[in-house]
Ligand binder design. Structure first.
Ligand code: PLP
Length: 282
């Protein structure tokens, strides 16, 4: 395997960054994860747009022209023979003697890795979620590498045998999953997901799903929902670049279905796969 570090394509095992990289010392950096499906980068534009926005919010200069970055992503997919899998890219403020304020002269660090990973296909069994207090910072719209609360929540989910941990705010409303956006379908067949403000990450998959919902004539609302509302919903699912649309059948100890994918989740998951197949055939 090959990793990209600051202009160099290196054997994965030898790829590293400096001990005084601010990403390592302060989590002073941002990242993106892009799915590769049938050799294609999925929603590439949306991910690069969001990377630029995250960097701008942290006042880190975009280290490369966007076209150069796009070329690196493609080259990494090729070099690692990725047909189906994930590309990870991280940009930090760079290397500087450890001090809290921004350094005057640091070059951003860029790291890109890519790996094969087989995704579940169109037909998928529903998964489960637990809920946990949202202990993350107040700017969850920035895709920061400060992922400790998310890692703790995921570990809690794993220990409970669940797929994802839904983060719950101080008012009892679900913000999102540790690494996914959260959705329900009400008994009135309305799709609900939280509005994309500073409280959640504006998922690129989330935006695609809202388009598919419109195209399929579904009603939807962007608003907060409580754990209780979710446990009384007709369907639930999560979305992310690596899961697309993943149906959920159990929230904490409350089963909302028999474990099969619901019809709305199925329509949206199919729409996602149709769009990806279309991209590969173009
Ligand atoms: N919310 C959080 C906190 C995430 O970490 C992620 C992805 O990793 C998402 C939502 C989903 O975003 P996307 O669809 O862009 O992968």
């Amino acid at each position: 395997r090959i990793a990209y570090v600051n202009g160099r394509y290196l054997p994965h095992a030898d790829a590293s960054v400096h001990v005084e990289d601010r990403g390592f010392q302060f989590a002073d950096g941002v990242y993106e994860v892009i799915a590769v499906y049938k050799d294609q980068l999925i929603d590439e534009k949306g991910h690069l747009d969001r990377l630029e926005r995250s960097l701008a919010e942290l006042r880190i200069a975009m280290p490369l022209a966007r076209t150069a970055l796009a070329q690196i992503l493609r080259r990494m997919v090729r070099l690692n023979l990725v047909r189906e899998g994930l590309v990870y890219m991280q940009v930090t403020r760079g290397v500087s003697p450890r001090d809290f304020p921004f350094p005057y002269a640091a070059m951003p660090t860029i790291v890109v890795t890519a790996r094969n990973k087989a995704f579940p296909g169109r037909e998928v069994k529903a998964a489960t979620v637990i809920t946990t207090p949202d202990q993350r910072w107040a700017r969850r719209d920035i895709k920061s590498v400060a992922l400790l609360p998310a890692a703790l929540a995921k570990q809690k989910a794993r220990e409970a045998g669940a797929f994802e941990a839904w983060q719950v705010d101080g008012d009892g409303f679900v913000t999102e999953g540790a690494s996914s956006n959260a959705w329900i379908v009400t008994k009135e067949n309305v799709i609900v997901t939280r509005a994309a403000d500073h409280n959640i990450l504006r998922g690129i998959t989330r935006m695609a799903i809202l388009d598919f919902a419109r195209e399929n004539g579904f009603k939807y609302e962007e608003r907060a929902f409580s754990v209780e509302e979710a446990q009384n919903a007709r369907e639930a699912f999560v979305s992310s670049a690596s899961t697309f649309v993943m149906p959920i059948w159990k929230i904490d100890n409350v089963a909302i279905s028999n474990g099969e994918m619901g019809p709305v989740a199925k329509t949206l998951r199919d729409a996602y796969f149709d769009a990806m197949d279309q991209l590969a055939n173009d």
